[in-house]
Design a protein around this ligand. Structure first.
Ligand code: NOJ
Length: 575
């Protein structure tokens, strides 16, 4: 990610979604809705806490630490997938949507986790993966066995190949993880047969969402988890369920991110962002709304521009969508201001809260990403041979400043486990330890996402840094992570953990989530300066110190020496 203060603004705002402008009275009535202002903490179950000691995190491990998350001050927890899965894409390859994978525990463990979350005052969101199943799913196994033209195959995207003998894939679509998006099957009689579509790994066949049976089955899955008391769903690949009719060939423009965004292009590839997805979410909206409580759908949709993404959160669709445009806005004040403006305008035009996110299990952790000095397209990851590797101190300093800025914004913010510890990307993972399908499908050309998925440190001087008691870890933890451990930061003034805790407390106290952004002029191009209610927020992304107004410092991402804000720092003031 180049640090370029002169970067051209993209068309993030474009035009507002045509038909759904929210009426202010409705918005006021909705203001009690918890998700409009919530801070939501992402738990990646494999890497959070491991009660069994097998090196893979589990539900009991999570339950044991929910109190720590409540103490941090978050409102809700989102769990990445824990359903039954052969784990070829770390659980995003589901073989049974209504059971827990034994590596994570049991349904009873889930119920206990749900109960403890309630006891701790935390909402609970689970991940739903509807674009594809695992190839181990009984539906796919039945489709393979049943053969061409069968109703079983009609659940998936099977097609005849091109070429004289069908030896070429049906079109030229690439897999997000590298290589072709099609795999040819061998039919029961041993001959080469049809091809099936997999936008991700070969072990993740895409479902055909034009098939009414697929739709009905997923309504049952939604109800299964709603009945078990979840407060909502994060919808995986929410921009991918419907593909353009005829599955036409397409060549993405250079520079587009692997999940679709990245170029600011209004035109999406024929496998992303098709209008047909919206009627699916309207049905889901109705199911979720039919349950008591205030339950939500959150779109993981890599869609640009933001005005198009807003279509996922129209009043009768989902409640929130991840703001990946913000995640990708770098550490450049002009771009950050532009994206904040665009986000607030487009989301509020449909009555939805803006969301903010800097890290998750798919991207280079922002404590490293914000100090990269070379491009790193989303999904590629970084490793020892990547160009422009970050300076760790600069990365941490920018990450703290960026997080302090994000947590001052109105709307709902997402925190990815470990960012509250200032964790950097694990860059030096040995090749033989890597597990991301991206690494294998690109034959090591892209490192993929393992570096942001390493089990997190709880205790500086315990085996596996307290991730478990045996010292096992499914990805090796760097030898120098002790200073990041939670117990090394707990109660230590100025630590990243205490910075997050203070930010969340102050955000709550001043109701920043329900506030607004009023830009403050006169600070120059490299500064993001605004008022949100009674709080003045100033972030300096430039190289020259910024003079601060007189006021009480509520929070600062760096120790302040005098009335100036140094580079790569954010301060909250009561002026
Ligand atoms: C998005 C998820 O966040 C990612 O981890 C996964 O690999 C893909 N969707 C495929 O499910």
């Amino acid at each position: 990610m180049p640090l370029d203060e002169t970067a051209e603004p993209s068309d993030a705002l474009d035009s507002l979604p045509e038909d759904r402008v929210a009426d202010p009275a409705t918005l006021t009535a909705q203001n009690h809705e918890w998700w409009r202002t919530a801070v939501i903490y992402q738990v990646y179950p494999r890497s959070f806490a491991d009660s069994s000691g097998d090196g893979i995190g589990d539900l009991r491990g999570i339950t044991a630490h929910l109190g720590d998350l409540a103490d941090l001050g978050v409102d809700a927890v989102w769990l990445s997938p824990f359903s039954k899965s052969p784990q070829r894409d770390a659980g995003y390859d589901v073989s049974d949507y209504c059971d827990v994978d034994p590596i994570f525990g049991t349904l009873a463990d889930f119920d206990a986790l749900r109960a403890e979350a309630t006891a701790q005052g935390l909402r609970l969101i689970v991940d739903l993966v509807p674009n594809h199943t695992s190839s181990d799913h009984p539906w796919f196994q039945a489709a393979l066995a049943a053969g061409p033209g069968s109703p079983e195959r009609a659940r998936y995207m099977f097609r005849e190949g091109r070429g004289a003998d069908g030896e070429l894939p049906p079109n030229n679509w690439p897999s997000v993880f590298g290589g072709d998006a099609w795999t040819r099957v061998t039919e029961a009689d041993g001959t080469p047969g049809q091809w099936y579509l997999h936008l991700f790994d070969t072990s993740q066949p895409d479902l055909d969402w034009t098939n009414p049976e697929v739709r009905t089955d997923f309504l049952d899955v939604l109800r299964f988890w709603l009945d078990r008391g979840v407060d909502g769903f994060r919808i995986d690949v929410a921009h991918g369920l419907i593909k353009k009719e005829g599955l036409p060939d397409y060549t993405p423009p250079a520079g587009s991110g692997s999940m679709g965004g990245g170029t600011g292009e209004a035109e999406m590839p024929p496998w992303w962002g098709q209008d047909g997805v919206h009627e699916i979410y309207r049905t889901w909206h109705d199911v979720v709304a039919s349950y008591e409580g205030d339950r939500i759908l959150v779109a993981e949709a890599w869609v640009e521009p933001l005005s198009k993404l807003a279509n996922w959160v129209r009043p009768d669709e989902m409640q929130q969508a991840f703001n990946f445009t913000y995640l990708e806005s770098g550490w450049t004040a002009t771009r950050i201001r532009e994206v904040i403006d665009a986000s607030i305008a487009v989301f509020s035009s449909v009555g939805a809260p803006s969301t903010w996110v800097l890290s998750n299990h798919d991207v280079v952790r922002h404590a490293s990403r914000l100090a990269l000095t070379a491009d790193s397209p989303q999904g590629s990851g970084i490793g020892p041979k990547s160009p422009g590797l970050p300076d760790r101190a600069v990365g941490l300093r920018r990450a703290r400043a960026a997080s302090a800025l994000m947590l001052a914004l109105p709307g709902s913010a997402y925190i990815y486990q470990g960012e509250e510890l200032g964790l950097p990307e694990a860059i030096d993972l040995p090749d033989e330890a890597r597990q991301d399908p991206t690494w294998f499908r690109t034959k090591g050309e892209r490192y993929g996402r393992d570096g942001c998925r390493v089990p997190i440190p709880w205790q500086a001087s315990a085996p596996a840094y307290g991730f478990n008691t045996t010292g096992a870890a499914w990805l090796p933890q760097p030898a120098d992570w002790a200073p990041y451990a939670r117990d090394a930061q707990e109660g230590v003034p100025g630590s990243t953990l205490e910075l997050y805790r203070l930010a969340l407390q102050t955000r709550e106290e001043f109701a920043l989530g329900a506030g607004s952004v009023e830009w403050l002029p006169g600070y120059g191009a490299s500064v993001v300066a605004f008022r949100n209610g009674d709080v003045t927020v100033i972030a300096n992304t430039g190289s020259v110190p910024v003079e601060l107004p007189v006021g009480e410092v509520l929070l600062s991402s760096v120790p302040l020496e005098g009335p100036a804000l140094p580079t790569d720092a954010t301060v909250w003031l009561q002026v």
